[in-house]
Design a protein around this ligand. Structure first.
Ligand code: B12
Length: 305
């Protein structure tokens, strides 16, 4: 099995494993948690609190888990402000993709399973990196992110359950990229020392993404120059040698005019301009820009200072 697809010119890679391994994945997490290795931070727990590797009640017939990575590109956009052009990066995970969940589900059914009568359901409430690494789809980088051959870390990860029997098992131990063995670039580039040499789990409370992707004031200890993207952070991925090729594969958005930049900096503006910003930034949900104007306002102010 080639374990590769191409959807709308984007690469998709996947690996499968029997559903029985979900229990082992859950044990991994429970053990780490019992050892106090998973931060009790409320924001983190808000994301992962309901995660569980288990057979869902509504799909008890599921036999296999599909871990899947969709190529996704970082975007660059110019903000015009006071006569100067500022180029800003938007990490891949905040952008919409031409390839939708429906496209992927359809392609798994039509191009992978190829037999009628099977079900494929997406599951969101699982630790995707752990699934991806233990199913053989990728490896952990020192930065705690999952890397997939050819695509680097610039992927969106997905999990699907299916009642199709692949008769194949790729389950394995989580591995670290060989490149990370003698490399400490991400450790040094992280603007808040969240990554360490001796632990794979990052110090979540130091990761600036934890604060800059949601509403609220930044903690005072974050240096203003720590921020480097419109939302989230790219420091541990951008300079990573394992992303050397993938990082060049960017999307270029239409420039934001002085007027549009001002609307973001003020956090409000006429509907027409907000709509135009929304179209240009192409973030992951059509009305995301409206929802996150206060976030973008706070973040862009720091970036343009
Ligand atoms: C909560 C969350 C966050 C939190 C916490 C991050 C974290 N590291 O846990 C915050 C908000 C900080 C965050 C930030 C980011 N996130 Co995030 N996040 C998630 C989310 C929702 C859950 C992650 C999770 O389960 N964390 C809990 C910890 C315990 O799990 P873990 O990180 O896998 O840790 C394991 C390793 O440490 C491993 N381990 C233990 N021992 C060993 C030994 C060896 C040898 C190895 C190799 C590993 C290993 O064990 C741990 C548990 O299994 C996922 C989506 C999802 N449903 O999974 C996205 C997700 C992980 N995020 C993603 C992204 C892109 C990011 C950012 C890059 C966004 C940005 N541009 O700023 C940053 C990266 C920060 C970083 N360096 O980790 C992508 C990652 C894609 C990829 N290629 O891996 C995901 C998968 C979303 C997606 N759909 O694609 N995120």
């Amino acid at each position: 099995m080639s374990n590769e697809l191409t959807l709308k010119n984007l690469k998709v890679k996947y690996k499968v494993m029997p559903i029985r391994h979900l229990q082992e994945l859950q044990e991994d997490i429970d053990e780490l948690d019992q050892k106090g290795k998973i931060s009790k931070n409320k924001i983190l727990r808000g994301y992962i609190g309901n995660f569980k590797f288990q057979l869902p009640d509504e799909f008890q017939e599921a036999k296999y888990v599909i871990a899947l990575a969709l190529e996704s590109k970082v975007a660059l956009v110019n903000f015009h402000y006071n006569g100067v052009i500022h180029e800003v990066m938007i990490p891949q995970n905040y952008l919409s993709s031409e390839v939708t969940e429906e496209d992927i589900t359809k392609s798994i059914l039509d191009d992978v399973i190829k037999e009628p009568g099977y079900r494929v359901e997406r599951v969101r409430t699982v630790h995707l990196k752990l699934l991806a690494t233990r199913s053989g789809l990728g490896k952990y980088g020192r930065n705690n992110i999952c890397y997939v051959d050819e695509l680097g870390s610039l992927v969106n990860l997905f999990c699907f359950y299916t009642d199709y029997d692949f008769n194949e098992d790729n389950f394995q131990e989580a591995k670290m990229l060989d490149e990370c063995e003698k490399c400490s670039i991400c450790i040094n580039k992280c603007p808040a020392q969240a990554i360490s040499q001796d632990d794979f789990i990052i110090d979540v409370e130091k990761c600036i993404t934890l604060y800059n992707e949601i509403k609220g004031e930044f903690p005072s200890w974050i240096e203003a120059d720590a921020h480097n993207a419109l939302i989230g952070c790219m420091k541990c991925q951008k300079y990573c040698p394992a992303n050397k090729t993938a990082i060049k594969n960017t999307r270029r958005f239409e420039d934001l005019t002085e007027e549009e930049t001002m609307v973001i900096l003020e956090g409000k503006g006429e509907e027409e301009i907000v709509n135009s910003i929304e179209q240009k930034l192409d973030m992951y949900h059509p009305s995301y820009v409206k929802y996150c104007l206060p976030i973008l306002k706070r973040n862009l102010r720091v970036l343009l200072k």
